[in-house]
Design a protein around this ligand. Structure first.
Ligand code: S3P
Length: 433
């Protein structure tokens, strides 16, 4: 079967679209409820390959999941009653699954073996294994998956210090281990990474205090199962926000999107580029801020994306680079070396995508300079990276109508975080203008 999609340049986008559930919050709703003894219901869970990886791993430890209608029931014996997995814990493509579950494994009195697909096997894992070893867990000396973690010596100490990278995956891994340590921990993060883990665990009764960049975890509290309503994923909404923002005449409504301030760097950057974005009906859902987002198209201007904004927009940089490609002027993206160790090397793959579509790029080790111009239809590749496939689709929609369609190879990569992406694209572009 062909794994290519052709996307024609589009006129303005119009209409209303509900994006799927937030991937990060979905993983945490599954994992945090698995740690607690009892039953919880999750609604709006993202049904994608990455979340299925988390479910499959937790099942191996003895957690039960049952789908009923639009909700998933998690029934767990609690972390203390997990049993050893019969097999290697296969995390597929999912960095969040492997890094968060590695922290859980450090608090289990047996060995757990982890692995993933070819992309995950290339991603750096010392960033989670080193702090766990520092806490006293036995870990293999591999730099990448496959690797193992063994918490059976039952002497996990507290973690005290600053994490080496601003990463919610690393932070969450250490927090999960810290819940099972025999001393309190104080974890300091170097940048404002997403805080869904802290929010959810606090709501479940964990003894966690957050003071600016410092997270204090006191082990011993009993976690209570917590029903979770997962809001729409701002990282999925970002593709439509960008596609609409850069085509004058567009107007779209994205209801029910999570707008946690540590995830909304994309909105700040787009506004800085002159986009018209309104957040309406702001409210809270399961401890997370949520809003309906209205985006109107306009001519965008160049900007600089750096520092903490990169942390708050880390998954949106490829799509923001597409917006920059069409904006007037020269945009610079700096402090973004982390992009090199995502599902693909996103500095290289985003540069290749835009260059194939006729844009001039200077690539640096930690970012790129994008010379705004005209996007032209081309044949491009997702490199197996879901966010690259979707960024390519946004670029294809905004391409010069004279230049023809864009062929995106490796289009099924969207299954990782947004399985209905191609249908949704069809829907937004076919709403009558
Ligand atoms: C995620 C954290 C981010 C992000 C990833 C999801 C999470 O990774 O890129 O898509 O759910 O914790 P890092 O923590 O490595 O920055």
């Amino acid at each position: 079967m062909s794994d290519s999609v052709n996307v024609e340049p589009s006129g303005p986008l119009r209409g209303e679209l509900r994006v799927p559930g937030d991937k990060s919050i979905s993983h945490r709703a599954l994992i945090c409820n698995a740690l607690a003894e009892g039953e919880a219901q999750i609604t709006g869970l993202l049904d994608s390959a990455d979340c299925r990886s988390t479910i499959a791993c937790l099942r191996q430890w003895g957690v039960e999941f049952k789908e009923t209608g639009d909700r998933l029931i998690v029934r767990s014996p609690g972390q203390s009653a997990f049993h050893p997995a019969a097999d290697t814990l296969d995390c597929g493509n999912s960095g969040t699954s492997i890094r968060l579950l590695t922290g859980v494994a450090a608090g289990l009195p047996f060995r757990s073996d982890f692995d993933g697909d070819a992309s995950l096997r290339q991603r750096p894992m010392r960033r989670v294994l080193d702090p766990l070893a520092q806490m006293g867990a036995s870990v293999s000396d591999a730099n990448t998956a496959p690797y193992w973690v063994d918490g059976s010596n039952e002497t996990l100490q507290g973690f005290n210090g600053e994490i080496a990278v601003a990463s919610a995956q690393v932070k969450s891994c250490i927090v999960f281990a810290a819940l099972r340590a025999n001393q309190p921990s104080r974890i300091v993060e170097p940048g404002p990474s997403r805080d869904h883990t802290e929010r959810m665990l606090i709501a479940m009764g964990a003894d966690i205090e957050v003071d600016g960049p410092a997270i204090s975890v006191r082990p011993g509290a009993t976690l209570q199962p917590q029903d979770v309503q997962v809001p729409g994923d701002v990282s999925a909404a970002a593709f439509w926000m960008i596609a609409a923002a850069m085509v004058p005449g567009s107007e779209i409504l994205l209801p029910n999107v999570g707008v946690n301030p540590r995830r909304t760097g994309v909105i700040d950057v787009l506004r800085d580029m002159g986009a018209q974005i309104d957040l309406t009906n702001q409210r809270e859902m399961s401890g997370e801020p949520v809003a309906d987002i209205v985006v109107r198209g306009s001519q965008l201007r160049s900007t600089v994306i750096d520092g903490d904004t990169v942390v708050r927009a880390v998954d949106e940089i490829p799509a923001l680079a597409v917006a920059a490609a069409l904006a007037g002027g020269v945009t610079e993206i700096r402090d973004a070396a982390e992009l090199r160790v995502k599902e693909s090397d996103r500095i290289a793959t985003t540069s290749a995508l835009l260059q194939a579509m006729g844009i001039q790029i200077d690539e640096w080790s930690d970012g790129m300079r994008i010379f705004g111009g005209n996007l032209r239809g081309a044949t491009v590749d997702s490199h197996g990276d879901h966010r690259l496939a979707m960024a390519a689709a946004v670029a294809a929609l905004a391409a010069d109508p004279e230049s023809g369609p864009t062929t995106i190879n490796g289009a099924s990569a969207v299954d990782i975080s947004y399985p209905t992406f191609w249908q949704d694209l069809h829907q937004l572009r076919h709403v009558p203008v």
